[in-house]
Design a binder for this molecule. Structure first.
Ligand SMILES: Cc1cc2nc3c(=O)[nH]c(=O)nc-3n(C[C@H](O)[C@H](O)[C@H](O)COP(=O)(O)OP(=O)(O)OC[C@H]3O[C@@H](n4cnc5c(N)ncnc54)[C@H](O)[C@@H]3O)c2cc1C
Length: 384
């Protein structure tokens, strides 16, 4: 069944839940081998999911941010790496449709390709810049030559690199000192992936290095100028906390199932009968409720807001990311305390969740930047 054939959100969540169950089935092997989840991505494409954020004006469904984060959370319950990977693609198409900054014909062409299964990601990080959100200028360069752009550089953390069809690459134009995004198709000569991804967290994201060696693209492939570190509010980045919330929910489910079935011979019944275990289950539940309400209420607020109101939402968006990601780390920790030493076994998914949720700290925006933003906002707010 395809998402496009479903009648209601319940039916869609049922479909995503079924997909997520097969992702869960494959998760441990993919993590252990450090492999890329080709099958998961292929199933998401076949289900029609990867085109759901295309704007209505180009024949898509333009699903809301609220719906997107719900789907993303479900994917992450099965496999966090698959969720983070496809989340970039889904969010970028949603963001481009909402902001409408690109040349119409090139975005229309991209949307047509996405309908046929094409995937895109932003490639902004470099060893020299660290996180691009801090304002570092790309060392990747784009030089105009005979009516074409010649692009050279190296990008790190190119999530989903094994299957991307489009790389949306940031580069500095030395002659004007401006910075822009360039849309580069995988088949362009000089595009190469170097398999550098050796992280212990989110192993299945295939976040390798992208190498651009005299890559020649047309003038119109400069799709958007921007100022480093000064991008507007980005609701679509809520796919990140949604991912870590999904992993946390999976960890909590795992621990509760364990508590309901584990019966060492020192007791009658199971450990779920005991206050020390119930305390931790209650604490996990509290974190989950808090994280879920915060994430989904801000997503809904985004959907209901006009463009200028959305531009004021950076503090809330950052606060959600910080709060949910840190809650996810706490929840996985509590889940492992419930299960005990066997949570550290290689065969136990909890040890994978433990590694995976840590990656959330290093996805944008970073916690220290959010806290500073909140502080500045509070200081500058006029008190009645
Ligand atoms: C799983 C995963 C997937 C990712 N996918 C993508 C992707 O698809 N595309 C992409 O472009 N990127 C991606 N990234 C990269 C990510 O967005 C960051 O660029 C990357 O994680 C580096 O961030 P960092 O905070 O470790 O690095 P840095 O910015 O180098 O920070 C390292 C340390 O230095 C400090 N620091 C650095 N600069 C400053 C400063 N100016 N002021 C104060 N403190 C500073 C930080 O606080 C931190 O403690 C991904 C990362 C991960 C983990």
């Amino acid at each position: 069944m395809k998402f496009q054939d479903t009648q209601s959100m319940d039916e869609r969540l049922e479909l995503m839940s079924a997909l997520s169950k097969s992702f869960l089935f494959r998760a441990a092997k993919i993590d252990e081998e450090g492999a890329f989840p080709y099958e998961n991505i292929s199933e998401l494409k076949t289900s029609g999911y990867t085109s759901l954020t295309i704007p209505k004006r180009y024949g898509g469904e333009e699903i809301s941010l609220y719906d997107l984060v719900r789907f993303q959370e479900y994917i992450a319950r099965g496999d966090g790496a698959t969720a983070l990977s496809i989340g970039w693609h889904m969010g970028i198409i949603k963001d481009l449709g909402e902001k409408n900054n690109w040349n119409e014909s090139i975005f229309r062409m991209l949307c047509e390709d996405v309908k046929n299964g094409a995937l895109i990601n932003n490639c902004a990080s470099e060893p020299q810049t660290g996180s691009p959100t801090r304002g570092g200028k790309p060392t990747t360069t784009a030089v105009k030559q005979d009516g074409f752009w010649l692009i050279n550089g190296r990008k790190t953390y190119t999530t989903m690199s094994p299957v991307l069809d489009y790389f949306n690459v940031t580069a500095t134009i030395p002659e004007s000192n401006k910075v822009a995004y360039f849309l580069i198709s995988r088949s362009t000569q000089g595009v190469e992936i170097e398999e550098t991804w050796d992280s212990i967290a989110m192993k299945g994201t295939g976040s390798h290095d992208l190498i651009l060696n005299n890559v020649k693209v047309k003038e119109e492939n400069l799709v958007e100028y921007f100022e480093p570190g000064k991008k507007g509010a980005s609701g679509w980045l809520l796919h990140i906390p949604a991912c870590y919330l999904g992993i946390a929910q999976a960890a909590a489910n795992h621990a509760i199932e364990f508590a309901k079935s584990y019966s060492p011979n020192s007791i009658k019944g199971t450990i779920s009968d005991f206050p020390n275990v119930q305390q931790k289950i209650g604490e996990m539940e509290l974190e989950l409720i808090r994280a879920r309400h915060f994430l989904y209420s801000v997503a809904k607020q985004w959907d209901l807001s006009a463009k200028d109101e959305r531009n004021q939402m950076n503090p809330e968006l950052g606060a959600v990311k910080l709060s949910v990601t840190n809650s996810a780390i706490t929840i996985v920790d509590l889940a492992m305390r419930i299960v005990g030493a066997s949570s550290l076994s290689k065969k136990n998914l909890l040890q994978q969740y433990y590694r995976d949720v840590r990656a959330g700290l290093h996805n944008p925006p970073m916690d220290d930047m959010t806290i500073l933003l909140l502080a500045k906002n509070a200081i500058n707010r006029s008190v009645d």
